[in-house]
Write a protein that binds this ligand. Structure first.
Ligand code: F0G
Length: 355
């Protein structure tokens, strides 16, 4: 049987990384493209809507695709320590790959604004976790400063090797569908992922492995929507903490991806995002973290505003696992204590509504 080897060994000849770089891998990539009956029906006209379930990566988010390449190159070039700013997932991923590579991970996160699970990942993987009184954008500035003045390699997505790994998600989509989809929808925060997908789709089209490129549509939370308004958000705010970013590093690349593909950016309320998260979990059995539901919320908003996806092939990336932030997920469910019963069949049957 074929054993998936991780994105570097699966796609090495298509990645712009130094030849012969040994792969630091945890077996990332090869994530499922799951058909969504719920969303396909809403789109209508025989539409096929798929979820690219990136929570199935080793540390539970798409970040692992870029971390395998960034860490492999950094270690190959002699790095002993790596640094990143993060809203939680990048730090979890970097810490895991740094552990595997036996280099020191240093992470900067906005104090009090990352989920407990993501913090636990960074701590258990051995990161030096620095909590900054400030937001993600402040953390990124400090990370750049550290990398400039000290012997630590920066592995945020401003490091081009990150995008080389992350673009493999597009390759997998085309490999699975036989061609590029009509539309690709996803959440956007620091804007590395949309930039990487677009690189991947363009490369496959140039190589003749796809006959077309999709329209890219990307979604932000309305409290952190610089790509929608064209203005920096000095104080970004959203319950979708993963995308609580006011000044994305890959702003220009993301704008180019939207423009060249005939796509666009739109924003969503936290309620729309959290409602899409719950629907996705209950309708399709796919549990994602709040930020990860933004592509689905955007799809529903587009249709409610009169756009049509009828008959189209649509891929929506759900970027991270629901287990990343159970506290926010449960906020909409009130007091769970009410369902406590005595240890008796009848009591359980009554509570379950069976009698
Ligand atoms: N979804 C999740 C779950 C994320 O963690 C992120 C980014 C995004 C979407 C947006 O992707 O930044 O490439 O546009 N998280 C970063 C982090 C910022 O630090 O974990 P993007």
């Amino acid at each position: 049987a074929h054993q998936w080897k991780g994105v570097i060994e699966e796609y090495r000849e298509l990645l712009d990384i130094p030849a012969g770089t040994p792969a630091v891998t945890l077996g990332e990539g090869g994530t499922p493209l799951v058909s969504s009956a719920w969303l396909s029906e809403i789109a209508g006209g025989g539409a096929r809507v798929f979820l690219k379930v990136e929570g199935m990566n080793p540390t539970g988010s798409f970040k692992d695709r870029g971390m395998t390449t960034a860490l492999s190159v950094a270690v190959h070039e002699g790095a002993r320590a790596v640094v990143c700013a993060s809203t939680g997932n990048t730090s979890a991923s970097m810490a895991a790959y740094a552990a595997k590579a036996r280099v020191t991970p240093i992470v900067l996160v906005p104090a009090g604004k990352i989920s407990a699970a993501k913090m636990a990942q960074a701590v258990l993987h051995g990161a030096k976790v620095i909590m900054v009184r400030g937001n993600f954008d402040d953390c990124l500035k400090i990370s750049r400063g550290l990398a400039e003045h000290y012997p630590v390699a920066l592995v945020n997505s401003v490091n081009p090797h990150r995008l080389e790994g992350q673009k493999t998600a597009s390759f997998e989509v085309v490999d699975a569908l036989g061609d590029a989809p009509d539309y690709h929808l996803l959440p956007v925060g620091n804007a590395g992922n949309i930039s990487a997908y677009w690189l991947g789709y363009k490369q496959y089209a140039d190589l003749g492995r796809a006959t077309r490129r999709p329209v890219m549509r990307a979604y932000q939370a309305e409290g952190a929507a610089p790509l929608v308004t064209g203005q920096v958000f000095p104080n970004p705010e959203t319950k979708a903490t993963a995308i609580r970013i006011g000044n994305p590093a890959s702003w220009k690349l993301a704008e180019a991806a939207a423009a060249e593909s005939g796509g666009r950016f739109a924003s969503l309320s936290d309620d729309q995002i959290l409602s899409a998260q719950r629907e996705l979990a209950s309708q399709d059995g796919v549990f994602v973290e709040p930020a990860s539901a933004a592509g689905v919320a955007g799809f529903l908003q587009d249709i409610s505003r009169g756009d049509s996806y009828a008959g189209a092939t649509v891929v929506i990336t759900v970027t991270g696992h629901g287990l990343k932030d159970t506290a926010t997920a449960l906020e909409g469910f009130g007091d769970l204590v009410e369902t406590i019963v005595d240890a008796e069949v009848d009591a359980a049957a009554a509570a379950a509504g069976l009698i």
